[in-house]
Design a binder for this molecule. Structure first.
Ligand code: FES
Length: 134
């Protein structure tokens, strides 16, 4: 098991202090908000699409350094990607970007890193649902 110092890498702390894509968007195509039920930490992601590709993305959130750093990473790596590719993303892709691959062996803290990816995928699925309904 990693100790706390190893969990909070330079990159995690940097993104926690200076998040990327932490902004509120107007007139979005979809958004979703969810929390980690174990701690209550929350992430909301808003997305604008252009022909099924992510044109603009922003997040809001509160929580631990890992969950908030992961929100920056997730929103950054999906820019320009189409919805199909977004739904294929795995937690391993996020951990790699965070330089936290060993978190795979930490069943509690991996949920911190996974929250944003889950929220983003649910936002995309919500978008599909809206399109089908219209
Ligand atoms: Fe709550 Fe990390 S401790 S998401």
């Amino acid at each position: 098991m990693m100790n706390v110092d190893e969990l909070y890498t330079e990159l995690v702390l940097e993104l926690y202090r200076n998040p990327v894509n932490k902004k509120i968007l107007n007139n979005v195509d979809t958004s979703f908000r969810d929390n980690n039920p174990f701690c209550g930490d929350v992430v909301e992601i808003q997305v604008k699409f252009n022909n099924n590709s992510i044109k603009e993305i922003g997040f809001q959130g509160e929580g631990c350094a890992i969950s908030q750093a992961a929100a920056s990473v997730v929103t950054e790596i999906v820019k320009g990607k189409n919805t199909e590719d977004v739904l294929k993303l795995q937690i391993g892709d996020v951990l790699k970007e965070l330089h936290l691959e060993s978190l795979k062996n930490n069943p509690v803290r991996i949920k911190c890193a996974a929250l944003s990816l889950k929220v983003l995928k649910l936002a995309v699925l919500k978008y599909f649902g809206k399109k089908e309904a219209s």
